[in-house]
Design a protein around this ligand. Structure first.
Ligand code: NAD
Length: 357
């Protein structure tokens, strides 16, 4: 998979400042928790992107956030109105922050309305949907990027550089753990909306980290699931599903995905030591420790000028202005969904699955 290496230098965080002729205007689709608490406030830290429109099924939210962010009534849309964004030249890009099973429909409709798209993870609930989304954006000549925010976070970027650069010797093993205790009564626990349980929502961080830390695509996958189906949270989706990935270079990744225990970290183990990140993928507060040749020491970085949220919003904006490809394009979301499907198959069939077989 070639996209990884090239992207590191292009992500607009380390290179010279890019002066765009004008800021790229975003419409946010879905005014839920992530959109309103993490994404919308962080436009304030952007220098290439601005918030220009809102899409919601709840008039009270359109009024509240529309007023808060100075979005005129002409730029507030319901889902029924959504396709009218086509006629609004202020909207360059659409950011889809809806429950997972709605991503495909809104990404495709956004592309058909002539807009670039940023879509939350997981990209969709199947690889086939991802392929349709990529095709729709390609047909419309529009960019498609997936919200893998950790790729715009300095500690994760350093971990990628160190791991792939052999800082602690060639990587032999990776452990990656992500999980939390899921609250009952939410769409994440309803398979038609979520597409699956912990793996779709949080285990995907373990998977994505194993892929970005190696820069490789797994060739073999094996998984074991454990779910208490008497727990009312887990009637339709899985709780824990642990998986192992074998990569072409021989690296093995051992990954945890859980909806009933707290985890957030990874460790890259090389022949001369390890790189540890815990927590690895929170909204802030990453912490890195490195053990090399018998010496263990923390590694700290200066605070970045832009946080990961502003970084990702500006990255797509910059790609639109420059005509370049995002470092986390639709193909990146598709690659994760292909492995996710193999993980579910392995767990269901009780055997390891060869990718592409
Ligand atoms: P949420 O439940 O807080 O928000 C979902 C929004 O979708 C709500 O405003 C809801 O009203 C709306 N919606 C529209 N149609 C709906 C329907 N048919 N059923 C249910 N809700 C409907 O969820 P969230 O935590 O904001 O997650 C939204 C997306 O963002 C998900 O894909 C999730 O994986 C992703 N997410 C990403 C991160 C990250 O760090 N990258 C963090 C949280 C969530």
């Amino acid at each position: 998979m070639g996209g990884f290496g090239a992207g590191l230098a292009l992500a607009g965080m380390a290179g010279p400042a890019f002066a765009a002729s004008r800021r790229i205007g975003y419409a946010i689709v879905g005014l839920g928790s992530y959109a309103t608490r993490q994404i919308m406030p962080n436009f304030a830290g952007c220098d290439q992107a601005k918030l220009v429109a809102l899409v919601s099924g709840t008039p009270a939210k359109l009024a509240q956030y529309g007023d808060q962010y100075d979005i005129p009534a002409t730029h507030r849309y319901s889902y029924a109105d959504f396709d009218r964004i086509r006629d609004n030249p202020d909207i360059d890009a659409v950011y889809v922050v809806l429950p997972n099973s709605l991503h495909a429909e809104y990404v495709i409709r956004a592309a058909q309305a002539g807009k670039h798209v940023l879509c939350e993870k997981p990209m969709a609930v199947s690889a086939a949907e991802c392929e349709a989304m990529i095709a729709a954006c390609a047909k419309a000549g529009k960019k498609l990027m997936i919200g893998y925010r950790s790729r715009f976070e300095p500690y994760n970027r350093l971990a990628i550089e160190l791991a792939r650069g052999g800082h602690v010797g060639p990587t032999r093993l990776i452990t990656a753990e992500h999980g939390f205790s899921a609250q009952p009564n939410q769409w994440r626990l309803d398979k038609p909306l979520s597409g699956g349980g912990s793996l779709m929502d949080i285990g995907i961080y373990s998977l994505n980290a194993a892929r970005y830390l190696t820069g490789e695509e797994p060739v073999e996958v094996s998984a074991v699931e454990s779910t208490d189906r008497n727990d009312p949270r887990f009637v339709t989706v899985e709780d824990r599903i642990n998986f192992m990935l074998r990569f072409p270079s021989g690296i093995i990744a051992n990954c945890i995905s859980s909806y009933s225990s707290g985890h957030n970290g990874y460790r890259v183990i090389g022949t001369q030591g390890w790189i540890d990140m815990e927590p690895a993928t929170p909204y802030s507060g990453q912490s890195m420790t490195i053990r090399k040749d018998g010496v263990t020491a923390p590694r700290t970085l200066p605070a970045p000028a832009k946080n990961q949220f502003a970084g990702q919003l500006d990255h797509l904006a910059e790609c639109i202005q420059r005509g370049t490809t995002p470092i986390v394009p639709g193909e990146e979301g598709l690659a994760d969904l292909r492995v996710i499907e193999a993980i579910y198959r392995s767990a269901a069939e009780g055997r390891s699955v060869r990718m592409g077989a």
